[in-house]
Ligand binder design. Structure first.
Ligand SMILES: [Zn+2]
Length: 230
C-alpha cells in the first residue's frame, strides 16, 4: 500500500487549509482488489449492508465511534460475532473532526485543539479496546478531513490515518443507484469509503448492491488490518 498522500481538500473561511489523505492499495495480486471501509458515525446500524457482508463472506473494515457503540449494542454484538469478517477500527470518541479552531466542518464542531484531538483519538480507541479486547491501529477522523498538525499527532499516538480513494456515498447522501454504480466502477487498489450508520437512507441499499456487484465481478476484498506498513 502507499503512504497516505495528503492533498488540499478544503479551504476554510478563516483561511486555513485541511488535508484529505488519499489511501490506495499497491502490489495487489493479479486479481482486482479493493478495501471496503464503512464508517459508524453516530446513528444506527444498517443491516442491509451488514447482512450482505455476512451472506457473501466479504471482509470489511468498520470504523467505530464510541458514541455509536453506546447506542448500538446489538449492532456491535453483530460485528463482534464475526471477527473473521469485520476489522474494527477507530473513528473517534465523539465524532469530532481532528481539526483545529472553531469553524464547523460539514456542520460538525471540530475537536478544536491538539489536546482535544488527542482525547478524541484515544477515547475512540479505548472504547473499542474495552468492548472487544482489540486495539485498533487505524484512525479515520470525523469528516475525513484533518488539520495538517493533527496528522503527526495521530501517528505519534500509534495510528495510521485511514484515507480513502473512492467515496461511494458522499456521507450517505447519494441515491442507491449512484452509490452502486460508483462502487461497481472501483479500480484495482481502491480504498472505498461508505457509511453503515444510516439505515433509513437510500445510500445503504446502494452499498449492499455494490458489494454484490463487485464480488460477482471476481473482486478480492481486503481489510486495512491486513495491510503491512509501506
Ligand atoms: Zn463519520
Amino acid at each position: 500500500m502507499t503512504l497516505p498522500l495528503s492533498r488540499i481538500a478544503h479551504r476554510q473561511a478563516s483561511g486555513g487549509v485541511l488535508l484529505e489523505p488519499t489511501l490506495r492499495l499497491t502490489q495487489t495480486s493479479a486479481a482486482r482488489t479493493v478495501a471496503i471501509t464503512l464508517d459508524a458515525c453516530p446513528g444506527h446500524f444498517d443491516h442491509r449492508i451488514a447482512d450482505m457482508l455476512v451472506a457473501r463472506n466479504i471482509p470489511a473494515t468498520i470504523t467505530l465511534t464510541a458514541a455509536w457503540m453506546q447506542h448500538n449494542t446489538e449492532g456491535l454484538a453483530f460485528l463482534k460475532s464475526r471477527p473473521d469478517l469485520f476489522a474494527l477500527e477507530n473513528h473517534g470518541a465523539q465524532h469530532l473532526p481532528p481539526v483545529l479552531g472553531t469553524e464547523k466542518i460539514y456542520g460538525l464542531t471540530p475537536a478544536g485543539s491538539l489536546a482535544a484531538i488527542r482525547a478524541e483519538v484515544l477515547g475512540g480507541a479505548e472504547a473499542i479496546a474495552a468492548a472487544t479486547g482489540q486495539h485498533p491501529t487505524w484512525y479515520r477522523g470525523a469528516a475525513a478531513l484533518y488539520s495538517p498538525e493533527a496528522i503527526p499527532l495521530i501517528e505519534q499516538l500509534g495510528f495510521r490515518v485511514a484515507g480513502y480513494s473512492l467515496s461511494a456515498d458522499e456521507g450517505a447522501s447519494l441515491p442507491a443507484k449512484i452509490v452502486a454504480a460508483r462502487m461497481a466502477a472501483a479500480r484495482d487498489g481502491d480504498v472505498i469509503i461508505g457509511h453503515i450508520n444510516q439505515p433509513k437512507r437510500d445510500s445503504g441499499a446502494g452499498i449492499a448492491i455494490g458489494l454484490a456487484t463487485l464480488q460477482d465481478a471476481g473482486v478480492t476484498f481486503i481489510r486495512l488490518s491486513d495491510l503491512t506498513p509501506a
